[in-house]
Design a binder for this molecule. Structure first.
Ligand code: FES
Ligand code: FES
Length: 163
């Protein structure tokens, strides 16, 4: 058995000092060692996007990254989207436009789209559809997810511009 090593993950602005095997995936460390279970695990091999989190300024699939690779990098998970009791515009828009049903895929879509809209607030229709097609949803048929992201995009624009 491989020796465990001590690492610190900085998630949503808080440090988590944990001890993990070098082969432990980031998603497992986030869920099991940091007790942040909002990030979901679906396929475990990079296909579904349910495990999407933001590391640095990139949306990544946390089932494809080892926890040790995320040392020292700022990590954002779905638990960090809301500000206190105020939901993030994307969270509100997903609710308002019925962008979720079972909710299994939702944290992944939220983190993916948060990253995309922060980096590219004026993203066009075609490019957005291309981005969204990278994550799987078995319930919604995608139309309401697209509507939700479009609605949040409008709301996020002035905020992004002001930052
Ligand atoms: S669980 Fe990571 S992409 Fe499916
Ligand atoms: S809401 Fe059920 S998988 Fe997307």
């Amino acid at each position: 058995m491989t020796d465990k090593i001590d690492i610190t993950l900085r998630i949503n602005g808080r440090n988590h000092a944990i001890r993990v095997e070098p082969r432990k995936t980031l998603v497992d460390a986030i869920r099991e060692d940091c007790a942040l279970t909002g990030t979901h695990i679906g396929c475990e091999h990079g296909v579904c996007g349910a495990c999407t989190v933001i590391v640095g300024d990139e949306a990544i699939r946390s089932c494809l990254m080892f926890a040790v690779q995320a040392r020292g990098k700022p990590i954002r998970t779905v638990e960090g989207l809301a500000q206190g009791n105020t939901l993030h515009p994307l969270q509100r828009a997903f609710m308002a436009h019925h962008g979720l049903q079972c909710g299994f895929c939702t944290p992944g879509f939220l983190m993916l789209t948060a990253s995309v809209l922060e980096k590219n607030p004026d993203i066009g229709e075609e490019e957005l559809l291309d981005v969204l097609s990278s994550n799987l949803c078995r319930c919604t048929g995608y139309q309401n997810i697209i509507k939700a992201v479009r609605a949040a995009q409008e709301e996020m624009k002035p905020k992004v511009a002001a930052d």
